[in-house]
Design a protein around this ligand. Structure first.
Ligand SMILES: C[S@@+](CC[C@H](N)C(=O)[O-])C[C@H]1O[C@@H](n2cnc3c(N)ncnc32)[C@H](O)[C@@H]1O
Length: 398
């Protein structure tokens, strides 16, 4: 059996000696509805945010925002250069997909990004800083960040406290209040600037004060600013996902990019299928550009892949979706079967080699010495980025 270093296990701190079981665990059909089972997967947002913050501190990429979003006590662990380079490639990939999408969007319609399982991610601020260079304007842009209600409630608290330094303008009244007061009209068109005419002042105050909307299902407080909206939901429930997204002001006729960065692989594939299908169906305007960008693990059947699956499972958040869709090809087919017209993908070696400018690579290789190049490339073979689109081709989207 292959023995791995702690880094190769992507975040585990102990060597693991057990035999790798051949059968996936938990078995298919695993979902008891017991919320406490979700705690380990919810905790993964801390690893991701702390690692990205550390990379920003070292200088891998510009991110002056995470220092305000990620609590300091979470950021006390320096990872290895190999891990940092992995996160660098991942962040560059997601930023690139946002940029390419916005550049290619239909200029006659607004642009939205829906960050599925956003954790403490800071992509919104990166877009805000650069959107003009990509040919669009913040007036045309809204981002929705979805995560479990408990994560959204926590992030809302932080963002409200840091709103000035982060430049967030909290909305006083807005579409979110409508849904939280009386349910939604499934056929209604929800526009960003719509005045909540049918809601009494009193009710509005109670439900929607100081840029915070009350989630109509989970009753948590969620941030509602002009261009950034939070949505606390369990995305495994497509009806809940649709309803809460619409309540937050999602525009079904806008250019829309869905991003899922290391999220859906933690679910049973039937639940992730539901998200991929819902994302496709909720966007109803064929002339608007719609795309889905996913980053996650693959190749569970190599020696390294088996060990990766095993180690992550030991952390209590198994990669529930990896056996049903083990390869990039199976993922491409998956998106097409679930309604997307085109899909293409690249493993993270491909992303590093082909999509990151040479000067950037030269710059970051000077930051830290990386001896384990072979190991780095082996790990990167087990992660990929996929882009699916409502157009005949994904060309120009990644
Ligand atoms: C590994 S973290 C990634 C966070 C962020 N995308 C990033 O890359 O920084 C996975 C995130 O997905 C969220 N998540 C997983 N399953 C979810 C579900 N069923 N509903 C809502 N959020 C979920 C977790 O709470 C967690 O914040």
């Amino acid at each position: 059996m292959q023995k791995m270093t702690s880094d190769a296990k992507m975040g585990n701190t102990e060597e693991v000696e057990e035999e790798v079981p051949t059968q996936a665990w938990p078995p298919k059909g695993y979902y008891t509805g017991d919320e406490s089972l979700d705690a380990p997967v919810q905790a993964t947002h801390v690893d991701a945010a702390a690692a990205k913050k550390m990379c920003a501190d070292i200088g891998y990429f510009h991110d002056p925002w995470l220092q305000h979003i990620v609590p300091l006590h979470m950021c006390n662990r320096r990872l290895s250069p190999m891990m940092h380079r992995g996160y660098f490639t991942r962040v560059q990939a997601m930023r690139r997909s946002a940029e390419m999408f916005i550049r290619k969007s239909n200029p006659n319609m607004p642009v939205q990004i829906v960050n599925l399982g956003a954790g403490l991610d800071s992509l919104f601020f990166y877009v805000k800083e650069n959107i003009k260079d990509w040919g669009r304007d913040m007036n045309d842009f809204t981002q929705f960040e979805l995560d479990f209600p408990i994560i959204i409630a926590k992030k809302t608290r932080t963002m409200v406290r840091k709103k000035d330094v982060l430049g967030l303008k909290l909305l006083q009244g807005g579409v979110s209040a409508l849904g939280s007061l009386g349910g939604i009209d499934e056929n209604a068109e929800w526009t960003m600037a719509e005045e909540p005419k049918q809601v009494s002042e009193e009710a509005l105050k109670k439900n929607f004060e100081n840029g915070i909307a009350i989630n109509s299902i989970h009753q948590v407080r969620q941030l509602c600013t002009e261009h950034l909206r939070f949505v606390g939901c369990d995305m495994r429930r497509p009806d809940e996902l649709t309803r809460l997204l619409l309540e937050a002001g999602f525009n079904q006729r806008a250019n829309t990019l869905f991003i899922s960065e290391c999220v859906m692989i933690y679910m049973q594939s039937s639940h992730a299928d539901g998200i991929i299908k819902t994302a496709n169906e909720i966007c109803v305007e064929p002339s608007a550009l719609t795309a889905f960008c996913t980053y996650e693990q693959c190749n569970p059947n190599t020696a390294f892949g088996r060990q990766m699956v095993h180690n992550i499972r030991l952390r209590g958040c198994p990669l529930l979706g990896i056996e049903d869709y083990p390869t990039q090809e199976s993922h491409q087919q998956r998106y097409k079967t679930l309604g997307w017209k085109s899909a293409s993908s690249l493993d993270m070696n491909g992303v590093y080699d082909e999509k990151i400018p040479l000067e950037e690579k030269q710059r970051i290789t000077k930051l830290e010495l990386l001896d384990e190049l072979e190991e780095f490339r082996l790990i990167q073979e087990h992660y990929f980025v996929l882009v699916a689109s409502n157009q005949e081709s994904t060309e120009g989207l990644f």
